[in-house]
Design a protein around this ligand. Sequence first.
Ligand code: NAI
Ligand SMILES: NCC(=O)COP(=O)(O)O
Length: 359
Amino acid sequence: MSATSSKRRPGVRPAIAVTVGEPAGIGPEISLRAAWARRHEVNCVLLGDAAFLAMTANDIDPEIKVSALSLMAVRNGGLPHFGPDRISVIDVPLDAHVVPGKLDKENGRAVLATLDAAIEGVRAGWFEAVVTAPLQKSTINDAGVKFSGHTEYFAEKTNTPQVVMMLAGPQSLSGQLLGEQLRVALATTHLPLQEVSAAITPDGLARTLDIIHADLRDKFGIAAPRILVCGLNPHAGENGYLGREEIDTISPAIAAAQARGIDARGPYPADTLFQPKYLQAADCVLAMYHDQGLPVLKYATFGNGVNITLGLPLIRTSVDHGTALDLAAQGLGKADCGSMEQAIGAALAMANHSLDNKK
Ligand SMILES: NC(=O)C1=CN([C@@H]2O[C@H](COP(=O)(O)OP(=O)(O)OC[C@H]3O[C@@H](n4cnc5c(N)ncnc54)[C@H](O)[C@@H]3O)[C@@H](O)[C@H]2O)C=CC1
Ligand SMILES: NCC(=O)COP(=O)(O)O
């Protein structure tokens, strides 16, 4: 599978799959709003329940027109390319009526089916990238499918042994946007904290650094990415007095990456690394676990951040937030769709870089 296996036809907008996520959350609304906002530059094809999305679109703004496509028809005849006066929806029917803000495990498998259809569509060349709206991980598990996140699911479904979760967004200081991107990648993803140390291995870290280096170069156009690596322990282990992972695992992995020509440095104490003077000299910070890196990123960029899965044979981006059931329960018009718009923009930019690399 190639990240951009489809060739662009002149005058035809690039097509990107947007899975609408947990139906009781804000995913359907932000998918429709963001697809409509960016419709002149990109053909966002939504994957979800067509009747539900048509009704939601009409409630948001009767100007938003939705055209339902059957998955079978697209399989047989390819993806039709309409103009920007409507949003195409590939129908993946839900199993239960949606009550905003109220989770229903009956719909868990239909949510997963949208991810499968998106992956199928990239393989078939219908889409250049996939953007995922947030789903409720617990509901998929309640539906009987072991599931820890899109990141791990896309890795498994594309037979990719290792991927890297990276979130990115514009840096801000005291509410003012600074222009530079803050990128935070994670050495481990959705793991209970007590399993984190054992999951950080020299080989795993080596592959993580290789993936970050290759994807920042090939999909972001950064010729020689500079990666700063956090330690795991307070004060990066304080010379072994506060933990040995830095000495035994992280430092050797960084040294080996440097020997392969990768500009990786560290390990640095995570509590001091996230200062402008260090971040200015970095294209990406590698944090050791979810809650070491993401609170900083979200504090700095919430509402404008993008979640990107590196290392996949396809382009997948997502929002920097969850299903916001509290907002969905209050009705339409409460959620900010800025992150969804950014996720679509990032997917398009990555697809453009991948195409440029092939020329
Ligand atoms: N990519 C994905 O599919 C993700 C899914 N999740 C799922 O979301 C569920 C809920 O997670 P929470 O920790 O409650 O985080 P959350 O992001 O859903 O909500 C946290 C707070 O942020 C607010 N918020 C979130 N998105 C917003 C938006 N677009 N505009 C305005 N306010 C917004 C919510 O109202 C809430 O007050 C989790 O159970 C998890 O499974 C979480 C993160 C990513
Ligand atoms: N906190 C980020 C997150 O949970 C993203 O999960 P996913 O993109 O792997 O579903």
